[in-house]
Design a protein around this ligand. Structure first.
Ligand SMILES: [Zn+2]
Length: 457
């Protein structure tokens, strides 16, 4: 997937005959911004640009959804462009240019065939840009977004909306839309979205968050009850960070209007950052994505909170997390499992009990920052730790500020020290593989690996 940011308006080299097009579509818009104001703004901007000759301002007034043919000034502008009177059309936004972006695309292509380019100020899209092919596909996907909301609006009472002046919500929880803006923040819902993200990055499980929402009687994003899948989708939705992934779906063709999920990128996908207002901070969103990936391990073993931070001090391979399902430490079942060198090509000579590492990390954090954490969570690891270097009975922490801490890991007995413990565990695994020991846990760390002679480190 390519990443694009908003496209800046390029420098125009030579003098251009510029026409502005503006439109006021609803009563609400009319109050906010009159045609006069829009026209005044265009005049001012043209005057500031030394290379623009403002040849005309075309302005239509009327309700949204008015078809292209009824927009007299718009049609006049097209005619003037075709007649070679205009080089460049500036307009406030795609939605102002035409209600239906499919029409916009057709119009843009028609104008381009006469050497006329269009600037959409709000979206920062200039069809004169060398990336116009990409720009046009972005616009095409705006068209999809728009035609989807149009068809929904039509179905669910667009007439009522105009009669009563009510807002019609887009389906995405936390946002609402107007004619101009597809993603405006709905504050009540946004507060719930923020809470979900905050709690998730601070280590709460989606199930815990969900149960709490239900207990508090918080209305679910959709339907009658909260569903786990809703939370997963919420946490993964880039729109909450203000981004849009364009062309997640595409329209088969303009006759069928059938929408197809763009699974294998049959049409290009674009990740547009900062496309609209964000509900959650980008850092929180990014952390949530990392945590989501850690929590969702197909083996059933979560790698939370260390993710891929831990490496074998003997061979340097990434350590693998395992449940160590029926293993006990000091008479207590090992709740957080362990990290061992039992992945692809691992040396099988290092196995660290996570509880011991957690305890050492919490102690190191307290020593450095004067705050005792209840548990090791990804959010503070990610904030403060650059690198964790494991040893036999000590861990070296490289903090993000450049300082280093060395703390002891306290094993209750020597036999739990990582190298010895891995000997014991490797033997145990071999016995499981040989059938000498029965183990009902299929996901035991390293069990999927073939029997191999342990390599000397
Ligand atoms: Zn190793």
């Amino acid at each position: 997937m390519r990443t694009v940011t908003r496209i800046e308006q390029p420098q125009v080299a030579s003098r251009k005959r510029v026409a502005a097009y503006c439109r006021v579509s609803t009563d609400k818009d009319a109050q906010l911004e009159s045609l006069d104001n829009q026209m005044e703004a265009f005049r001012y901007r043209a005057a500031q640009r030394g290379d623009w000759d403002l040849v005309n301002i075309y302005a239509d007034e009327g309700l949204s959804g008015t078809s292209m043919t009824h927009r007299v000034q718009f049609q006049q502008m097209i005619e003037d462009c075709k007649a070679g009177k205009v080089d460049y059309v500036i307009t406030k936004s795609i939605s102002r240019f035409a209600r239906n972006t499919v029409d916009t695309l057709q119009t843009v292509r028609e104008l381009q065939s006469h050497g006329v380019e269009v600037l959409f100020e709000k979206e920062g899209i200039d069809t004169a840009d060398s990336l116009s092919e990409m720009v046009l596909s972005i616009m095409a996907s705006f068209a999809q977004e728009e035609s989807r909301s149009i068809s929904e609006n039509v179905k669910w009472g667009i007439r009522k909306r105009f009669e009563s002046g009510q807002e019609v919500k887009v389906p995405l929880y936390g946002f609402y839309h107007t004619d101009d803006e597809l993603y405006l923040i709905q504050e009540d819902e946004a507060a719930i979205v923020r809470e979900v993200f905050e709690r998730f990055v601070h280590g709460d499980l989606p199930m815990e968050i969900m149960n709490d929402m239900i207990a508090r009687g918080i209305k679910p994003p959709a339907g009658d009850t909260w569903k786990r899948l809703q939370l997963d989708r919420m946490i993964k939705n880039e729109k909450y960070a203000g981004d849009v992934i364009l062309q997640k779906t595409y329209i088969e063709n303009h006759l069928t209007h059938r929408q197809i999920r763009n699974r294998d990128s049959r049409v290009p996908q674009f990740h547009v950052e900062k496309a609209h207002a964000a509900i959650v901070d980008r850092r929180v969103f990014d952390q949530a994505q990392k945590i989501f990936a850690m929590r969702k391990v197909s083996d059933g073993n979560s790698t939370y909170p260390y993710g891929d931070m831990l490496r074998c001090p003997h061979c340097g391979k990434p350590l693998m997390h395992g449940g160590l399902n029926n293993f006990f430490y000091d008479g207590v079942k090992i709740q957080n499992g362990g990290w061992g060198c039992y992945g692809e090509g691992g040396c099988r000579s290092y196995l660290l009990i996570q509880n011991v590492l957690d305890e050492a990390m919490i102690r190191a954090y307290e020593k450095k920052f004067g705050e005792k954490k209840d548990r090791v969570d990804f959010y503070w690891l990610d904030d403060s730790v650059e690198e964790i270097k494991l040893g036999e009975d000590q861990v070296t922490i490289q903090w993000r500020d450049g300082e280093t801490s060395v703390v002891e890991m306290n094993f209750s007995e020597k036999r739990y020290c990582p190298t010895r413990y891995s000997d014991f565990y490797s033997d145990y695994l071999d016995r499981v593989r040989n059938g000498e020991v029965k183990n009902k846990y299929k996901h035991l760390m390293g069990l999927k690996m073939p029997i191999a002679q342990k390599e000397a480190c």
